[in-house]
Design a protein around this ligand. Structure first.
Ligand SMILES: *[C@@H]1O[C@H](CO)[C@@H](O)[C@H](O)[C@H]1NC(C)=O
Ligand SMILES: *[C@@H]1O[C@H](CO)[C@@H](O)[C@H](O)[C@H]1NC(C)=O
Ligand SMILES: *[C@@H]1O[C@H](CO)[C@@H](O)[C@H](O)[C@H]1NC(C)=O
Ligand SMILES: *[C@@H]1O[C@H](CO)[C@@H](O)[C@H](O)[C@H]1NC(C)=O
Ligand SMILES: *[C@@H]1O[C@H](CO)[C@@H](O)[C@H](O)[C@H]1NC(C)=O
Length: 466
């Protein structure tokens, strides 16, 4: 064949310049021979098909508006506390100072989905630059609109306490006065313990959902230096009986903690949008065996493996490396990140500042099989969401055994790769936070899965004492 695979490589999300380059290349092609021209046409066609959700006008506006409300198909009811605003929405008024590193104002918009990636899409926008630590807001919006919500606490199976504890924690990371740093969290516990339904089952049917890791709520001693920024919420005895949903549990001491997915960028309105996306990820061409998106972490023992991954990826012609260094903005561009992942069969997931990474969920959304180096990056975290057999959807490599990653991965047969990828793609709906206003969406999403699991647990455990 006169052309090699590289020319057929499809950039799912080309950056602007690249798009222009391709366009002018196409023009040059017109001067070339007819067969080449035809080849280009078919490439363009594939390109257009794959890009279509981003280029065609949104089709769901009237659909979503006219479709019937979802009905409760799960056998439970959830009650949402109407907390004093200081515990959630009032915090948003201070969005500039909710995180010591970032201005959160763009991120708290649209109920926490953040800024649309293709502005002008109107109400049916489904892609957002969603912040990694914002799950609690999206969770809240989803539960508020949930068809199994009840306004009658007497009938409720589970009770949701919509405290924006993660946003609060990150807003006071630098507070040296620990009494002050814990203030709102302690205030919440005081408020809750005065509620009538709290005592019904020793609060076992009550839950919190946070978009940050458990470590941020588990300061162990009164030495601020040992637990940077953390407050004591999850150490309070009254909270120990609640269920706490976090994007990262403490694997050894987190019996009442349950992992929920980090939010990624896709928040579909309709089931059809999800099915279209899954299908696209099945068919996309993946020229790279593996990829790594991330930066080195200085002085963190837990993240030493990162330097090794970056070295091995850079040395391999079959690895695509997107190295994130301070100031490197490409790493924060959702479509660049997803593009790298959608061009790879395997995506390396090294621990970073903590065990888990949002990147794992981005990779799975892109149909890329995750490769883990610590069991705590996924297996001990998201029990409600994972198939029993780890090897059916992921690869595990011992981080202490730095064998050649390329060699290991290329040993996996093509048919196994296809099967694993199918398993990953099948997991996408449960890992996704559907659009809070979605009406025509009947695939269980991240919030549906969590609520159902909590309800089952509550029904099994609750001993009524009221
Ligand atoms: C729903 O749950 C209730 C109480 O837990 C139970 O009595 C009922 O049989 C369940 N219904 C279905 C359809 O599972
Ligand atoms: C969802 O619907 C509500 C009520 O119509 C609206 O205020 C909100 O902006 C919509 N969008 C999102 C992202 O929640
Ligand atoms: C810490 O904050 C609390 C509550 O605002 C205050 O009562 C206390 O005096 C402060 N402690 C110090 C050492 O500043
Ligand atoms: C937690 O639950 C246990 C058993 O249900 C109960 O004995 C205990 O008092 C509860 N703790 C608190 C702080 O409510
Ligand atoms: C390292 O990993 C390779 C491949 O999985 C395996 O064959 C080898 O025995 C391992 N070595 C050690 C010391 O665990």
């Amino acid at each position: 064949m006169a052309y090699n695979k590289k020319h057929v490589k499809i950039d799912l999300w080309p950056e602007k310049e690249e798009k222009e380059k391709k366009y002018s290349k196409n023009r040059e092609a017109l001067k070339l021979t007819v067969p080449t021209f035809l080849l280009f046409c078919s490439i363009c066609l594939i390109f257009l098909i794959l890009l279509s959700p981003f280029t065609s006008p949104p089709q769901t506006t009237s659909f979503a508006a006219s479709s019937p409300p979802r009905t409760c198909e799960q056998n439970f009811t959830v009650y949402v506390y109407d907390l004093p605003k200081e515990f959630n929405t009032n915090l948003l008024q201070n969005c500039r100072h909710l995180n010591i590193y970032t201005d959160m104002c763009p991120h708290v918009a649209n109920n926490g989905l953040g800024q649309p990636l293709h502005p002008g899409g109107g109400d049916s926008e489904t892609w957002f630059a969603t912040h990694q630590f914002i799950a609690e807001m999206i969770f809240h919006a989803r539960v508020k609109n949930h068809p199994c919500r009840t306004w009658e606490p007497n009938n409720a199976d589970i009770f949701y306490v919509p405290f924006y504890g993660g946003l609060y924690a990150s807003s006071v990371f630098r507070e040296q006065n620990l009494t002050k740093r814990d203030e709102l969290a302690v205030g919440l516990v005081d408020y809750m313990s005065g509620q009538r339904w709290w005592g019904r089952s020793n609060s076992r049917d009550h839950f919190l959902a946070f978009g940050r890791t458990a470590w941020d709520f588990m300061r162990s001693s009164d030495e601020a230096s040992t637990d940077f920024g953390a407050n004591i919420l999850m150490q309070v005895p009254l909270v120990r009986n609640m269920s706490v949903l976090t994007v990262e549990r403490q694997p050894w001491d987190g019996d009442n903690q349950f992992g929920i997915p980090y939010p990624s960028y896709f928040h579909p309105y309709t089931s059809a949008e999800m099915l279209t996306w899954q299908d696209k990820m099945r068919r996309v061409e993946r020229p790279h065996l593996f990829s790594f998106v991330g930066g080195p972490r200085k002085g963190l023992e837990k993240a030493a493996i990162r330097d090794e991954l970056i070295r091995q990826c850079a040395d391999s012609s079959r690895c695509e490396l997107l190295k994130c260094e301070s100031g490197g903005s490409r790493c924060h561009d959702p479509m660049t990140v997803l593009g790298v992942m959608a061009r790879s069969r395997f995506c390396l997931q090294a621990p970073g500042d903590s065990f888990t990474r949002r990147s794992t969920f981005d990779a799975m959304l892109a149909g890329c099989i995750p490769v883990f180096f610590s069991p705590h990056t996924m297996y001990t975290q998201y029990m409600w969401y994972l198939p029993d057999d780890k090897r059916s959807y992921s690869v595990f490599m011992d981080e202490k055994n730095s064998t050649l990653i390329e060699q290991e991965l290329s040993r996996i047969s093509e048919s196994d790769v296809v099967q694993m990828r199918e398993a990953v793609i099948a997991m996408i709906p449960k890992m996704t936070y559907a659009h809070p206003n979605a009406t025509n969406y009947n695939l269980p999403d991240a919030v549906d899965v969590a609520l159902e699991a909590l309800a089952m647990q509550a029904k099994a455990k609750v001993v009524y004492s009221l």
